[in-house]
Structure formats: C-alpha cells, structure tokens
Write a protein that binds this ligand. Structure first.
Ligand SMILES: C[S@@+](CC[C@H](N)C(=O)[O-])C[C@H]1O[C@@H](n2cnc3c(N)ncnc32)[C@H](O)[C@@H]1O
Length: 336
C-alpha cells in the first residue's frame, strides 16, 4: 500500500514527492473532505474487521495511517496532518522517553493521534487508559493520549479512525477551544497536583501556541521533565513560540515586566536557514506579549523560571514537498 517513494520519506533528508501545491491562501479543509475521509475509512476493505482481526496493533494502526495518507493525495483532498517524516521522529522520541500522559492540541482527522498513541500501550502495559478510567483509579496509574480539537466534525472523523486503528481505549478526544479548556483541564481529567503531562504536542492554531503553553505552565500541567513538541515551526513558522522556549528566564521576566500588547505587532518574518539557531533570542520575544482573540480573553504570564533545552527536527510537509520542522523542547528545570 505504501509506495517506494513514500517509504523514502521516512528518511528526513529525502524530499517527499509533491502531490499538492502549497495550500496557504486556498481552501484546504472544512469543505466536506473530513466527512468523506471517515466514510472512506469505514468502507475500506483493508480496514474491515475480518482483515485486521489478526494484525498486531502496530500493523493495524499503520494500515489506517497509510489509508489516510493515500486519501490525502487526491484532488482537493490535502490533509493538514503531521505526516510521516516528522511523525516518525516524534514516534522515536516517544519510544525513547516513554511518556505516560500525552496532551495533543489539534486532533484534526487523527493522523498524529494514531501515530503517537500506539506506542503508549507498548511502553506502559500495566497502566489504566482513558477508556477504562474510573473514580477509583489512582490518578498516577493513568496513562493516555488526551487530544483537544475545536471542531466537532473533525473530532468525529478522528474518533472513527481511532476505533479502526484499535486505539479507542488509549485516546480521549475533548472538543472545544484550547485556551479556556486548558484552564479547567486538570479538574476535568482529575489530575491532582503535582501530576503533569510528560509530553505535549502542539499542532493547532499557530498564534495560540505561546499563550497555551503559558496557561499549561501556570496550571503546572507542564514543568520539569515535560517535553514539548511543536509542529509547523518552519511552515508557516512560529517565531514568537520559538522565542519563548528558547529564551532564558531573565529574558522572559524582562519582557513580561512590560505588560501585554493591545494590538498585534508586525510579525517577525521567518529567518533564513543559516540564522535558525540564533534568530529567536531577541526580536520575537516581544511578540509573546500579544494574545490573539482566539484565546477568548484568557491571559497568562506562564512560568518564566522554566528552562527548556530546545532544538528543531527537520522534516517535510507530507504532500507539498515543502520543508517543515517540529521544535522539541525538553523542560530541564526551574530557575528562581
Ligand atoms: C494542523 S491540524 C492538526 C493535525 C493533527 N495534529 C495531525 O497531525 O494529524 C490543526 C487542528 O487544530 C484545530 N484547532 C484550531 N484552533 C483550535 C483551538 N483553538 N483549539 C483546539 N483546536 C483547534 C483545527 O480545527 C485542526 O483540526
């Protein structure tokens, strides 16, 4: 089912084939393709119960990923999924770091949710998963993949895909807008302090990455030991977010002391490739003072004392052949 060309994509140094023109500025979701995808998955012979009953979880989930990817190659079928070059890098990180509780912002049709959550059962075989959580469970015993999605339609497609992949019990999809929901997430999930997420995958509205991380820091849901993975830091880019995770506590405290900005500042253009490593320590930190309307009136200063060790993992958009990357930021401690 996977072509030789697509197999080569797993190597992040090899450009993937181009199936679509760059999609910025065009309709690339919400035109019925997500509902059509669900129907396609549910009627695909290769995903029928008879065909998948004897497969391992890894093979069964891979079939669903491959079917989603193939669907996305069709005309007007581009899907804004993380794809497999970036996805495989995050999968390796999960196998290495063994996170127990993972939070995803931006479920869409479930590609990243399937790709990442399927390793949880393997690395934590004795944990209790969201499908079985009950009042009597110790919260520390819980493992799972919590995915937050604004669109009910996309969440419905994702839930269908998770069931077909055999991952229904591992993933809990919550619907709603991220920023207000993150404020109440600890209560909603019954996570007593100091329990926090071991990994957060940010892949929703790009201008919300910074405010949402600040809310998670304030709520103690991310902290020392958490690894943040942020998609699309090259295409379309996110200099403000990168500056927050790459700044020192002193730099963050200095900018917070100036207070919030009332209007959106001119956004910093993406730097050229040779400037990537140094580009985010100075100018863009000012942009972290601005909060977009989509945060629905929520403001946050974050925990500026948190220290991250941050680096970019190069990869590709799965359909347009454009360079892209995930930023991986490990929270290594806290400085007073
Ligand atoms: C790039 S897609 C996510 C792709 C998915 N992670 C994957 O790789 O398969 C972004 C998703 O974020 C959702 N989204 C946008 N704004 C949001 C918000 N404020 N809160 C939660 N989800 C949001 C969109 O509806 C969309 O489904």
């Amino acid at each position: 089912m996977v072509s030789a060309q697509d197999n080569a994509r797993s190597n992040s140094k090899v450009a993937p084939p181009k199936y679509h023109e760059p999609v910025q500025g065009t309709v690339f979701h919400g035109d019925g393709r997500e509902e059509a995808l669900l129907k396609h998955l549910q009627s695909a012979p290769a995903l029928s119960t008879a065909e998948t009953a004897n497969l391992s979880l890894q093979d069964r989930s891979q079939r669903v990923l491959d079917t989603i990817h193939e669907f996305g190659k069709g005309e007007n079928r581009y899907l804004m999924s993380v794809g497999d070059t970036k996805g495989r890098q995050v999968e390796s990180l999960i196998k290495e770091r063994k996170p127990k509780l993972i939070l995803e912002l931006g479920t869409y049709v479930g590609y990243s949710g399937i790709s990442f959550s399927r390793h949880l059962l393997a690395v934590h075989p004795d944990a209790t998963y969201p499908g079985d959580w009950s009042e009597s469970d110790s919260p520390e015993q819980r493992a799972g993949y919590i995915s937050l999605e604004k669109s009910e339609v996309y969440a419905t497609t994702a839930r269908g895909a998770f069931e077909l992949a055999g991952l229904g019990k591992v993933i809990k999809v919550l619907t709603g807008s991220s920023t207000p929901n993150l404020r109440t997430l600890r209560e909603k999930l019954n996570m007593p302090k100091p329990l926090k997420f071991d990994m957060v995958f940010l892949d929703h509205l790009k201008p919300l990455y910074t405010i949402d991380i600040k809310v998670l820091e304030e709520e103690g849901l991310v902290g020392p030991g958490t690894v943040l993975v942020a998609d699309n830091v090259v295409k379309p880019g996110n200099p403000a977010y990168l500056s927050w995770v790459r700044a020192t506590p002193a730099q963050k405290r200095e900018v917070l002391a100036k207070g919030p900005l009332k209007a959106q500042p001119p956004t910093t253009p993406n730097p050229s490739e040779d400037q990537w490593q140094d580009a985010f320590h100075e100018g863009p930190i000012e942009e972290t003072r601005w909060v977009p309307d989509e945060a629905e009136g929520i403001t946050a200063n974050g925990d500026p004392g948190l220290v991250y060790s941050s680096e970019m993992l190069d990869g590709w958009d799965p359909y347009t052949g454009e360079r892209d990357a995930c930023e991986v930021s490990v929270c290594t401690g806290r400085e007073e």
